[in-house]
Design a protein around this ligand. Structure first.
Ligand SMILES: *Cc1c(COP(=O)(O)O)cnc(C)c1O
Length: 390
């Protein structure tokens, strides 16, 4: 089956849909049994998508897990109430006191916070590494290194990592390779073909796609799936069937949404690249983006999220640029149908293993599904305000 067909069908087994098009919302804490035999059967098979107790999931969550596994690959998918919970639980499932992990320097900020604030308390140390380190990751691997964590492209600055090279070195040293795969969504990268063991999604972003649900997933190879599944259960992770219903609905349009986000963002990035106010574009599909060659090699497409740096001399008052946007509203997160903008003055303060050499502020856009010409006018007027500021 081709990508767009898989998107339409993923998780829609008649086992879960029971005769209608979409898997219904099945809400449950208690599951009831009429006989001892039925109860014993459910208990024995509780890890394998049978109704047992609400925390183990219902048909709605089984359908969504199946959908994500079908799209991402791997052997199974654990569900979490946010992308951050998926990241922290995936790591916690595979580390113990005394271990060391390697974390990419351009990781999502709450991922760093978890390493610095929680793992430290548990006696687990973290070394941050340059996203472009490639095979030299070997020099950072210690005898007690258990997890090598990647996020590609990197948060805010969009560096694309050489995933297969890093994975191969990590595997030679017996480390588990985890990837925050949110930017690609489950359709624009094949993480397991590149050597990733656990692929994590903030489904909050493009999977849900409408900025109204928090949700996370972690999909694992058959080697790591049983441990991941059981530790998620042990740590009490479960998700609302209403939210999962919305996520399943989001999946159906993921392909067409991503194509439109991609086209709109490419047009805007091209337009920006010709503006005198702009120092550099960090869009994985552009040569100016560090790791662009790995994007071309590994990814099936891009999306609406990229960033650029403004020339310091044109920035009189950044607030004048950001205030008064008609379409690019300021807000965290991304992946919904609407356009968003954020600016970061000091990217260097968020990094410890790499240098940030640009003086001007970084602006990150999430390009939504609005008409691209309206979006360009919005930015054009923003540049006028930026220049006329006192
Ligand atoms: C948003 C995001 C997360 C966290 O997802 P939440 O659902 O907001 O917790 C993790 N990683 C990346 C790359 C993200 O953009």
């Amino acid at each position: 089956m081709k990508k767009q067909t898989r998107i339409v069908n993923a998780g829609r087994s008649s086992k879960w849909t029971k005769g209608v098009v979409n898997p219904p919302v099945q809400r449950a804490s208690t599951v009831v049994f009429d006989t001892v035999k039925e109860m014993k059967h459910a208990t024995t098979h509780r890890a394998n998508q049978v109704l047992f107790y609400g925390r183990r999931g219902t048909t709605t969550s089984f359908a969504f897990s199946d959908a994500m596994t079908e799209l991402e690959g791997g052997a199974g998918c654990a569900l979490y109430p946010s992308g951050t919970a998926a990241i922290t639980n995936a790591i916690l499932s595979f580390v113990k006191t005394g271990d060391h992990i390697l974390m990419v320097d351009t990781a999502y900020e709450p991922t760093r916070d978890f390493c610095d604030k929680m793992l430290t308390k548990l006696g687990i140390t973290t070394t941050y590494y340059d996203p472009l380190i490639g095979k030299d990751i070997e020099s950072l691997i210690q005898a007690n290194t258990t997890v090598v964590f990647l996020e590609s492209p990197g948060s805010l600055t969009m560096e694309v990592q050489d995933i297969p090279t890093i994975a191969e070195v990590a595997h030679n040293h017996g480390c588990i390779v985890m990837l925050d795969n949110t930017w690609a969504s489950p359709i624009n990268l094949k993480p397991f073909e590149l050597g990733v063991d656990i692929s994590i999604q903030a489904a909050t972003k493009y999977v849900v796609g409408h900025s109204d649900v928090m949700l996370g997933t972690a999909t694992a190879t058959s080697e790591y799936w049983p441990t991941l599944r059981e530790s998620s259960y042990t740590m009490g992770q479960c998700t609302s069937p209403d939210d999962l219903y919305l996520a399943l609905r989001g999946i159906r349009t993921l392909g067409v949404r991503m194509n439109q986000h991609e086209q709109n963002a490419l047009k805007i990035a091209k337009w920006l690249s010709k503006r005198e106010e702009v120092e550099i574009i960090f869009h994985p599909a552009f040569e100016t983006c560090p790791g662009h060659e790995y994007f071309k090699r590994d990814f099936l497409g891009s999306n609406g999220l990229f960033s650029f740096v403004l020339k310091p001399q044109v920035v009189k008052n950044l607030t004048d640029f950001l205030d008064g946007m008609n379409h690019f509203k300021m807000g965290y997160s991304w992946g919904g149908f609407e356009s968003l903008i954020i600016a970061v003055q000091n990217v260097g303060a968020l990094r410890t293993a790499t240098d940030w050499t640009y003086e001007g502020p970084l602006v990150r856009l999430h390009v939504g599904l609005e008409d691209v010409n309206d979006l360009i006018s919005d930015l054009e007027e923003g540049f006028e305000r930026l220049k006329s500021a006192e």
